[in-house]
Ligand binder design. Structure first.
Ligand SMILES: [Zn+2]
Ligand SMILES: [Zn+2]
Length: 416
């Protein structure tokens, strides 16, 4: 039997083509396609974990889901009872901490944790803190638009609007791109999955320090008279919606930088399109939050702001899943057409369904999961292959004393 999409020979019993990931049983049902990162979910879905944690779809998705839920509930309870320093701290650090735990879980930094956290989290965070301190210092911004009785303090102002909804999102996105792009242009981290992940790290780092600086007064102010709805909404938006909007938007753009197959694509028109989309969604988000703040009473404005944030986040998640799906499927088709060994050829057993894999599999022929969505192999297992790993890939920079072994590349180079 031959695959209808890439024409390569496949076993009669295969459910998915192990070269290009085509569903051989139900054919290509557009719109209801299975997500190659997590085949039991459709591509068009709001599933957060498998979108922002694509490697092994977050090895323990339930753990991450629980961690997000618990921190959200604790932060909301703290906010409702007026313990704002605690609420703001949790809101700022919850998602970054959970996400860095995920990086550790899937060994994404390939034993170079300092380079990865330093560039993707530290650099973005530091510059974000400086930038936010700068513009909040120049602008007499109040953390809330309303006085103690819930009445509005004046109406929208052009100057504030231009800084808050245009300047900050544009400069902010530029800041968020630097670290992940530097990382994604290293040979050890040039895969699409890495690009997405570094983008998300950078986005949540920016959001974290943006929250800390903007709400410094609340953070150091001690207990305040509870204004449950207002504080809960603030914590929900700043601690959970904002980091995820920034993270997915930046992840999308860096994914286009990493591109499809081997190596990274670099500064292509698609990358600049991705950056444009990221800037655009951040402008939309900030505009909506700012203007909706002036709608009627807080009881109307706050739910509207939350809904606006979730709407934008939902759109971003769908877009990110589409980019991942396209990257995995098209990259594999290209590799199959050139009859080259897939970038992440894997032997042995599928980590997801534990069925045996065919030689040179890019996808599991039983469950359809992409091999590129697996966790990175531990470095020790690949040390034997290092001498042949030089090839066209520049050697890892000697600074920082790291011992990066480009696992994926070494496997490919050996085949030549
Ligand atoms: Zn195929
Ligand atoms: Zn499988």
């Amino acid at each position: 039997m031959h695959c209808s999409r890439c024409q390569s020979p496949v076993p009669e019993v295969a459910h998915f083509c192990h070269h290009c990931g085509q569903d051989l049983v139900s054919g290509d049902e557009r719109g209801r396609r299975r997500f190659a990162v997590q085949p039991d979910e459709p591509v068009a879905s709001f599933a957060l974990i498998s979108s922002i944690m694509p490697r092994e779809a977050g090895r323990h998705p339930q753990t991450y889901r629980t961690a997000f839920t618990i921190t959200l509930v604790v932060a909301l309870v703290a906010a409702i009872f007026g313990a704002l320093p605690i609420a703001v701290l949790i809101a700022a650090f919850a998602i970054p901490i959970v996400y860095i735990t995920y990086l550790y879980d899937v060994n994404l930094w390939e034993d170079a944790p300092l380079a990865v956290t330093g560039l993707a989290f530290g650099l973005t965070g530091l510059v974000a803190a400086l930038f936010t301190a700068l513009w909040t210092g120049l602008l007499p911004l109040t953390t809330t638009l309303r006085g103690p009785n819930g009445d509005l303090l004046g109406g929208p102002q052009w100057g504030t609007f231009l800084i808050l909804a245009i300047l900050v999102p544009v400069v902010g996105e530029a800041i968020r791109q630097v670290g992940p792009v530097l990382l994604a242009s290293r040979p050890a981290f040039d895969d699409l999955m890495d690009g997405v992940t570094f983008g998300v790290v950078s986005g949540v780092a920016y959001a974290c320090f943006d929250t800390l600086v903007r709400h410094w007064a609340l953070l150091t102010g001690g207990l305040v008279a509870p204004q449950p709805a207002q504080f809960a909404s603030l914590v929900f938006l700043e601690g959970f919606v904002k980091p995820l909007v920034m993270g997915t938007a930046t992840g999308l753009a860096v994914a286009e930088f990493s591109g499809l197959g081997k190596g990274y694509d670099g500064f292509t028109p698609r990358y600049f399109g991705g950056v444009g989309l990221a800037v655009g969604t951040n402008v939309l988000y900030a505009t909506g939050i700012y203007l909706l703040g002036y709608v009627g009473s807080p009881n109307v404005a706050l739910p509207l702001q939350a809904m606006w944030g979730l709407l934008i986040l939902g759109g971003l998640i769908i877009r990110l899943r589409t980019v991942l799906q396209t990257g995995l499927m098209e990259g594999a088709l290209e590799a199959a057409a050139k009859a080259e060994q897939p970038v992440d050829a894997e032997q042995g057993f599928c980590v997801r369904c534990e069925m045996p894999l065919l030689p040179g599999s890019a996808f599991c022929s039983a469950c359809g999961v992409s091999m590129r969505a697996r966790a990175k192999a531990p470095v020790l297992a690949a040390t034997a292959a290092t001498p042949t790993a030089a090839g066209d890939a520049p050697p890892p920079e000697p600074d920082e004393g790291q011992t990066v072994v480009p696992v994926d590349e070494s496997d490919v180079e050996e085949e030549k």
